[in-house]
Design a protein around this ligand. Structure first.
Ligand SMILES: Nc1ncnc2c1ncn2[C@@H]1O[C@H](COP(=O)(O)OP(=O)(O)OP(=O)(O)O)[C@@H](O)[C@H]1O
Ligand SMILES: [Mg+2]
Length: 651
């Protein structure tokens, strides 16, 4: 099987670009677009707000809809550049609340885009004689200097420049002669700036709606889509930024009423932005929301499609199926887990992360001149990827949670499982510095606030029953009674938190000096007699281990990875004792007293670390820590006879 894969396969293997804008031109988005549930909801018109984290595939949906022929009714992409963002944020109208004022400028942007589209669309799609309403739109655009198709083609285009003009027009007066109105001033003579702008806008919208109606667009073909993406480029945590987004939502909702089935707005919003909005009308948008979600199997399919598209004919036309990708190109397993499970557990569930991780595995293998990706390549890539993601998370939330990076030390070089209590203590130590650095965020920096934030950004998961639930995709937030948290596997390597709990590793106690008994004389007989007692003593170590393991098995309050970790260490103690017994059996010298006291000492440390972790919540005699301590006491007693000797003494 291996032979079928030429070196060329790995050479050509490529999972694409990390952002949809470039992926569609020189990557694999065209060949490998997956129609997700969010995409279908957007296309069908059931949903208007497509919400997703950074890198979840918002722009990919836009790019897909913008492709020729992908959407019959046509699509226009609006991506505000800095200038446009500035203009919208600054836009105010005397007499109107900020949100409403911002919604007017967005509505105007929509109307002008639609008008511009219609002047070209009328001939191209409806052919026959152009209705007067379309001619009126053309005149309107000309008189207000809003014509020109190039801005539509160039994403972002000159939207900023145009907006400056549009804003002035709305605030003062537009030329509305095309719609049979002489001067805007005549419309609402005594009205406020806001009332006048609203009235002018209604006329423009009405003009556009009439053209849609005259052409019969709503019945003849699918609606025109207005896509608004990359709002995060112009977003900050300031109030006017919030108004800008709220205004956009209001405008999109308004458009649904103003243009009926002829036009639809689709807004692509970062979840951190959308979730930070608060406004009275917020509840009216719940039904319009769809959140982009990715499952492991969808990401697997994404990986396969892209691998297939890139390797393609290096396989001689054969299909690159799942098995081939995950058994032959990638190693079948990594660290004892099937490779896809390993990879997707260690990245946040979004395509950008998957693409980065997969490309990194490939590149690492290529650097090592391997002809397929080996387990060591994946392990090395895991470390690098973890470091990237830790940094990227800071960038992703720089605006919403600028203090994020300062919380990392709370999780560095310890176990990845942490309780509310322990985290509280660690936070308390860091709190004065945090408050000094981020005086504006004091409210978010108490324990509840920190847990909420770290859960929401997907850094921490919370233990729920036997599962650990990671946030980041609209899960139920952390509840007050929930007490155990896990750092997401994606970040563990970079934080040096790769084991569930900070337990000292058990090191074998036996320093076997191979003192062979040599002859079969008296000495041998003596050592044999001594050997029986020593053998029994080691048997007691084994008994202690089994008793602890039994208790660990019953400790349902402990997470399974913590239990595994304790069991692993105790297992090492047990194996070491068995080993020592074997040596005794072969007449080798074993300092059994030392051995048993070492185990007792180790057990004490283990119990202390377990208690310090706060994870062992079964208090009193049911606790694992209690049992371990108890066994330590018992072993010490046995080893030292009745003398109560300490770890330093010998038999
Ligand atoms: N449905 C999909 N099918 C195939 N590839 C996808 C899909 N969705 C996203 N991708 C790919 O995932 C990567 C990230 O997607 P995209 O750039 O659309 O994210 P985004 O949500 O716009 O992120 P940002 O908020 O940073 O702009 C891109 O390479 C894109 O091509
Ligand atoms: Mg994007």
């Amino acid at each position: 099987m291996w032979g079928n894969l030429s070196v060329a396969a790995l050479d050509r293997l490529y999972f694409g670009r990390e952002d949809a804008e470039r992926d569609v031109t020189d990557g694999l988005l065209r060949a490998g677009f997956l129609p997700t549930a969010a995409f279908r909801a957007a296309l069908s018109g059931r949903k208007m707000l497509i919400i997703g984290r950074k890198g979840s595939g918002k722009s990919a949906i836009c790019m897909r809809l913008m492709e020729d022929g992908a959407h019959a009714g046509g699509a226009l992409l609006i991506t505000p550049d800095d200038a446009a963002g500035d203009e919208i944020r600054r836009f105010e109208l005397q007499g109107l609340a900020a949100d409403t004022a911002k919604s007017l400028i967005w509505r105007y942007v929509f109307a002008v885009h639609a008008a511009r589209h219609l002047t070209a669309h009328a001939k191209a799609a409806h052919g026959r004689k152009e209705p007067d309403s379309v001619k009126a739109l053309r005149r309107f655009l000309k008189q207000n200097d809003e014509e020109g198709v190039e801005a539509v083609d160039a994403p972002g285009g000159r939207l900023g420049d145009r907006l400056t003009q549009s804003a002035r027009g709305l605030q003062t007066s537009l030329s509305l002669e095309a719609f049979g109105v002489r001067a805007a001033m005549d419309l609402v003579p005594q009205g406020s700036e806001g009332a006048r702008a609203a009235r002018q806008l209604e006329l423009v919208e009405h003009g556009v709606a009439r053209a849609f109606a005259d052409l019969g667009c709503a019945d003849a073909h699918a609606p025109l889509l207005l896509l608004v993406d990359q709002l995060e480029q112009v977003w900050s945590a300031e109030a006017d930024s919030n108004s800008m987004v709220i205004g956009l939502l209001l405008a999109a909702k308004h458009a649904a009423g103003a243009y009926g089935r002829a036009l639809r707005c689709l807004l692509f919003l970062r979840s951190d932005i959308y979730d930070s909005l608060s406004f009275g009308e917020g509840d009216k948008f719940r039904g319009d929301e769809v959140r982009i979600a990715w499952t492991e199997s969808a990401l697997r399919e994404l990986a396969r499609t892209r691998a297939q598209a890139s390797v393609g004919d290096a396989l001689g036309g054969a299909d690159l199926d799942d098995t081939r990708l995950w058994q032959e190109i990638f190693p079948p397993s990594v660290a004892g887990e099937p490779t896809p499970t390993y990879l997707f557990a260690r990245s946040l569930p979004r395509p950008r992360d998957a693409i980065q991780f997969l490309n990194l595995c490939r590149d690492t293998a290529a650097d090592q001149c391997h002809d397929r990706i080996e387990e060591t390549d994946v392990l090395q890539a895991t470390r690098q990827f973890s470091e990237w993601k830790l940094k990227d998370l800071v960038q992703e939330y720089l605006i919403a949670h600028p203090f994020l990076e300062r919380l990392y030390p709370l999780f560095q070089n310890t176990g990845y499982t942490v309780t509310r209590g322990v985290l509280g203590n660690r936070l308390e130590a860091a709190a004065p510095t945090l408050r000094r650095l981020f005086p504006g965020y004091v409210d978010s920096l108490d324990l509840t606030g920190v847990l909420d934030t770290l859960f929401a950004v997907g850094f921490l998961g919370v233990r729920r029953g036997n599962d650990v639930v990671y946030g980041g995709g609209g899960e139920l937030p952390v509840q007050p009674h929930e007490g155990e948290f896990h750092v997401h596997p994606c970040f563990r390597e970079a934080l040096g938190a790769t084991s569930p709990i900070d337990l000292r590793r058990y090191e074998p106690a036996v320093v076997a000096s191979r003192i062979s008994s040599g002859n079969m004389g008296y000495a041998h007989f003596q050592s044999r007699a001594l050997g029986v007692r020593e053998y029994d003593l080691l048997e007691q170590v084994g008994r202690s281990c089994r008793s602890v393991l039994g208790q660990v098995g019953r400790a349902v309050g402990l997470g399974h990875d913590v239990r595994d970790e304790i069991a692993e260490q105790v297992g090492r103690v047990l194996a070491d004792a068995t080993d020592a017994q074997n040596r005794l059996r072969h007449d080798e010298f074993v300092d059994v007293g030392d051995h048993v006291l070492t185990v007792a000492g180790y057990f004490n440390t283990l119990a202390a670390q377990l208690l310090a972790s706060g994870l062992d919540d079964a208090l009193g005699t049911d606790g694992v820590a209690y049992r371990i301590d108890d066994e330590a006491r018992r072993l010490r007693r046995l080893a030292g006879g009745a003398s109560g000797s300490t770890g330093g003494s010998h038999l």
